[in-house]
Design a protein around this ligand. Sequence first.
Ligand SMILES: NC(=O)c1ccc[n+]([C@@H]2O[C@H](COP(=O)([O-])OP(=O)(O)OC[C@H]3O[C@@H](n4cnc5c(N)ncnc54)[C@H](OP(=O)(O)O)[C@@H]3O)[C@@H](O)[C@H]2O)c1
Length: 269
Amino acid sequence: MIAVIGCGNMATAIVKGFFNKNNEINFLTYTPSYTRAENLAKEVNGRAVKDLSELHEASTIVLACKPQQLNSLSQSINDSGLDITNKHIISILAATPVETIKKKLGVSRVTRIMPNTPALIGMGMSLVFHGKEVLDNEKKLVDEFFSSCGEVAEMPSETVFDQVTTVSGSGPAYVFLFAQTMVTKLVSWGVSEAKAKEISIQLFRGSSELMAHQKDLSLETLISNVTSKGGVTIEAVNSYKSSGIEGMTSTALDAAYLRSQNIENELNK
Ligand SMILES: NC(=O)c1ccc[n+]([C@@H]2O[C@H](COP(=O)([O-])OP(=O)(O)OC[C@H]3O[C@@H](n4cnc5c(N)ncnc54)[C@H](OP(=O)(O)O)[C@@H]3O)[C@@H](O)[C@H]2O)c1
């Protein structure tokens, strides 16, 4: 039995993804307001609970509140009398290290996961980092769980986990931002917003599928396959490069990583 604490957007996406592939697992769901726990439980044949102590049957807990809510959750667990010391915690909290979760919740076996919003449609990218105490059968469950909502990649350290998070976890926002700049330009040329969005969707979908089909080719080659000397595309590519697109990406990702380190420091105060 798997308990889910915090039933917001991300928990709902991953739990529904898992249930669609494996409907034999029983879920218990909990949120302070109860409403979202009840909604999620209905969708996965689970049971919403009003009191944390009712989660005692679960051997695994998916932790999916916000990092800033961890202290109040820890207090609520203590108040409820629920003993979670021997449960496996699967945390999707950004910027919250294994050691912080162990200390705040008094547990020993913690796995960190960083999913992303495409998990909603089974196309997610989940990063994994297991604390050293996590058992092999627990690692297997994590792999099965998160493979049901997309791809899974284990990270060699928590530092790398937090760095890669700025690409895979936050990345959908950058892709949508880039799409937005193109839609805005198309609209300025008189294309309707709906048509401009359709064109962008197909552009991103087609390009990512092509990249997957031709994964033996370098990105450099993929770019040069669309550009020819003296042609149209190379003008835009050169303009992007001279505007410093690589430096902008590097600065943006550094900013996201710095924020994640700051959140981590605030949590440990
Ligand atoms: N959104 C993303 O793209 C994304 C990607 C990767 C990881 N994450 C991580 O996923 C986590 C959840 O994000 P989200 O976007 O799903 O947030 P969300 O929609 O705001 O959901 C947060 C959930 O936590 C519950 N909660 C609030 N206080 C709590 C407490 N004291 N104890 C237990 N549960 C509590 C809320 O309960 P109520 O329903 O009662 O308000 C809500 O169900 C975050 O830690 C975030 O870092 C998010």
